[in-house]
Design a protein around this ligand. Structure first.
Ligand code: UTP
Length: 290
């Protein structure tokens, strides 16, 4: 079984739910506590053994490439001021030579189309997809948990979390056929099922391990829910010929693609940081009393 070495990070969406913040700043670079959302995602990928990150970018997303490069003037100034701790942090996060690739999605036609844009760099091996607007705070990280499952059962793995049944119409939802603890064999999946029709309350949560045969199906570029080329639709088709498992990971999920999710991420992750927890708690309590 080939190991999972590469990950696709689709970052070409418009981020309309958090406009105007995303008018000139990519959604994936919005700050959570003291670092961009993307910084959490790349750290999760590296911890899971990812050796090559493929970013699918789009118009006005150039700042993402710059984020993962030296900022020579800034580094010189930090050095001159003796701010060595933050300087080290900045440098430690930089990619090794050749660790990152950037491909362009000319139009945001949907997540399935974005993943398809990475096909030539991924080639003929299993790969991860990390949705870069969803932070999952887990120990080990959510992708590490998925890789662990993949190393045991192979095939395709989709991370899922339980959501209230009445919210299932907002998500991709899986149909489990056999459940064994946190792992379920899947018999189907559907993107944004109409109210009352969802096959379960297990929603797809932005982390996947997929086999390269998905690219052949994505190539058909058929549009689905929301008139977008959906990854879920091609996964559902691939399920006819390959195994799919859903894994209910352990960890707190923050969907930073909407306003409240972004707020939750800032508060939740500040409360987890030892040096900030007391101050964050006091600030939240004071606001709640006001
Ligand atoms: P979302 O649907 O959450 O992102 O896609 P969006 O389209 O940017 O957000 P809204 O709905 O307008 O607020 C999940 C991820 O997939 C990427 C997005 O950048 C996001 O990180 N994506 C989505 C693409 O790269 N290309 C697409 O065509 C669609």
């Amino acid at each position: 079984m080939k190991p999972v070495r590469k990950a696709v990070l689709p970052v070409a969406g418009l981020g309309t739910r958090v406009l105007p913040g995303t008018k000139t700043t990519p959604k994936e670079l919005l700050n959570v506590v003291d670092r961009p959302i993307l910084s959490y995602i790349v750290a999760e990928g590296r911890a899971a053994g990812i050796e090559h990150f493929v970013f699918v970018t789009g118009r006005s997303k150039g700042a993402i490439e710059d984020y993962f490069d030296h900022q020579v003037e800034l580094e010189a100034q930090l050095e001159a001021k003796g701010k060595t701790a933050i300087l080290k942090q900045l440098r430690d996060e930089l990619p090794k030579a050749g660790e990152m690739s950037f491909v362009r999605q000319m139009q945001p036609l949907g997540l399935g189309h974005a993943v398809w844009c990475a096909r030539d760099i991924i080639g003929d091996e299993p790969f991860a997809v990390l949705l870069p607007d969803v932070i999952i705070d887990g120990e080990p990280g959510a992708l590490s948990q998925l890789v662990d499952v993949y190393n045991r059962v192979g095939g395709n793995i989709v991370a899922v979390e339980q959501v209230p049944m009445e919210d299932t119409h907002k998500y991709g939802v899986v149909a489990p056929s056999k459940i064994d603890g946190r792992l379920a064999t899947m018999s189907g999946m559907v993107e944004k099922p109409p109210q009352g029709t969802a096959p379960s309350n297990l929603s797809i949560a932005g982390r996947y391990i997929l086999q390269p045969e998905i690219f052949g199906l994505l190539a058909a570029q058929e549009k689905g829910a929301g008139n977008e080329i959906q990854l879920t639709d091609s996964m559902a088709r691939l399920m006819g010929v390959q195994d799919f498992h859903a894994y209910e990971y352990e960890g707190a999920t923050y969907d930073c693609g909407d306003k409240i999710g972004l707020l939750r991420a800032n508060v939740g992750l500040a409360l987890k940081r030892p040096e900030l927890a007391a101050g964050a708690r006091a600030a939240v309590e004071a606001l709640l009393k006001a």
